[in-house]
Design a protein around this ligand. Structure first.
Ligand SMILES: Nc1ncnc2c1ncn2[C@@H]1O[C@H](COP(=O)(O)OP(=O)(O)O)[C@@H](O)[C@H]1O
Ligand SMILES: [Mg+2]
Length: 334
């Protein structure tokens, strides 16, 4: 699928372009709401960078500051401190920057319900200074690519929620932004619509757009993102490549299959070492793998498998143990 996006280096050609262009560079963002005693620091210190063609999953519990951060990046909420740069332009000082960013915000599908999909695209294109004829042409192309062509005359209110969400993304792309902000794009969608939106997100990134994605659905984040940033109480507590983060948490958990039952004496020693024995298998989560193997010697070993964590495990563990040391190790210094 080709999207009507400017041609940019893609994450699918890392060898050609090992250090992709930085599209978003947000540094030390801060935002408080309220005054005096009611003053509340929603975002304390958030820095994020996203390269062209890269998907960053921005995760955190409710109220952690994700939407506020997204709105500061999109030029919708003025930060109390810090800077935002999109392709080198500041959305709070240079209105040109707003042409580089498209946003689909949480719960607000940015659409006029009485207008048709194409009319919505033309209207919002106009707000971003896209000439009507160009907006119509791109709109037709986007609707085609998003599988909405046959609905181009249907008022938005008669579309399914999944179709409305796809249209909201199409509307956010009409001015060919280089940064797309997606706040909970799959929230409330059924499985099929969710899959379609995920495919779109992948395609948009493959066309070179940088994507900042917030979601509560960690499986979505795991499938789509190149990197993950986890925010808690207005601060980033971990930021790393999705793959590495999961690897790091998977690192020392093993499942060993001996192909025969393990005698009680060995089982006792294994438990002393912190392992558990279930039938022929040992589950073990420690760095002392070789000590464990010594205990098992000379039993036959059928298989040793490293247990893979998923993003849910990582997330829960980081959120739970938020103040402890490992998290600081995870955070990339920039
Ligand atoms: N306009 C606002 N006025 C006052 N408080 C707000 C406003 N917007 C958000 N907040 C508060 O700031 C915190 C962060 O909110 P938000 O950025 O929406 O978090 P998230 O998207 O991670 O759930 C929450 O405690 C929320 O209640
Ligand atoms: Mg939110």
């Amino acid at each position: 699928m080709t999207l009507p996006l400017p041609l940019r280096p893609s994450r699918h050609s890392p060898k050609v372009n090992p250090s992709p262009t930085i599209t978003l560079d947000a540094q030390h963002l801060k935002k408080s709401y309220g005054r005096g005693k009611g003053r509340f620091e929603a975002v304390r210190d958030v820095s994020l960078r996203i390269g062209a063609g890269e998907v960053l999953a921005f995760l955190g519990p409710n109220g952690a500051g994700k939407t506020t951060t997204i709105k500061m990046i999109g030029g919708l909420v003025r930060p109390d401190g810090g800077q935002v740069s999109i392709d080198g332009l500041d959305p709070h000082r240079q209105s040109m920057a707003l042409k580089r960013v498209g946003a689909v915000l949480e719960g607000n599908r940015n659409l006029y319900w009485r207008l048709t999909p194409l009319e919505n695209i033309e209207y919002f294109g106009g707000l971003r200074q896209v000439p009507r004829r160009v907006a119509r042409q791109r709109g037709e192309q986007l609707l085609e690519q998003f599988g909405l062509s046959d609905k181009h005359k249907t008022p938005v209110q008669k579309l399914s929620r999944g179709m409305q969400q796809k249209l909201a993304i199409a509307v956010a792309l009409v001015h060919q932004p280089t940064l797309l902000l997606l706040d909970e794009p799959t929230l409330g969608l059924d499985v099929e619509a969710s899959e379609t939106v995920k495919t779109l997100v992948r395609d948009i990134a493959a066309a070179g757009c940088a994507i900042l994605l917030t979601t509560h659905q960690l499986d979505v984040a795991e499938e789509l993102s190149d990197r993950v940033a986890i925010i808690r109480q207005g601060q980033i507590i971990a930021e790393q490549s999705t793959h590495e983060l999961i690897q790091q948490f998977s690192g020392s958990a093993y499942r060993i299959d001996c192909g025969q039952s393990i005698d009680p004496q060995r089982a006792g020693k294994i438990m002393d070492l912190g392992g558990t024995v279930v039938d022929n298998q040992v589950h073990f989560s420690s760095d002392a793998l070789y000590e464990l193997l010594d205990i098992l010697r000379p039993l036959p070993i059928k298989e040793i498998r490293q247990d893979r964590a998923d993003l849910t495990d990582v997330f829960l563990s980081l959120i739970r143990d938020g103040d402890q040391a490992p998290i600081r190790d995870l955070k990339q210094e920039s």
